[in-house]
Design a protein around this ligand. Sequence first.
Ligand code: AMP
Length: 206
Amino acid sequence: MKLVFLGPPGAGKGTQAAGVCMRFKIPHISTGDMLRSAVAKGTPTGLKAKTYMDAGALVPDEVLVKMVGERISEPDCVNGFLLDGFPRTVAQAEALEEIGKPDAVVDVEVPDEKLLTRLTGRRVCESCKGTFHISTLTGTVCPDCGGELIQREDDKPATTQNRLNVYHAQTAPLIDFYKEKGTLRVVDGDKTPSEVFEAIRVALGG
Ligand code: AMP
């Protein structure tokens, strides 16, 4: 099963991806995580991506298409994959049609005002990469592994609104792109994580 998770930043795509990947036994490919890891390692891709990411802007299409093309050619993707954060532009979606046409595209929808609260309150564990919200945290370390919790640079208030603007201008047009292909499944992301998971499971017929 080749899946794409569409939806604005903060919609819960990463959280839901973990459960969906376990159920369908496919790897979770988050382009944001791949780019952050490239930045941390100082690779040529990371060096190119960093300025765009810190500004909440999109990294150029050719960088992403090459990175995803290489990743989905790896042996663990023979039975499919879940792409989280890719495609984000029509050009990326057109390239994906050539290299790994998705069977289903799940659009997780959440109103903007909720997204801003979610994003600015999000904390990520440096060790296990788990994501949490300050409203549910009782301590200062990761409740799962005890690792250090940090705020992503692009989750700071100065950048979050720009990321939402970029989503509406460049990524939201993909909703119509996939509606026309007949692969779009819309899910209400403004619910509890388990309710959203159930809705995704039903939408995917699994
Ligand atoms: P995310 O973790 O998915 O919110 O991604 C973090 C940042 O990585 C985004 O704000 C972009 O700067 C960059 N990024 C991730 N995926 C893509 C993509 N498909 N196209 C362009 N930039 C991307």
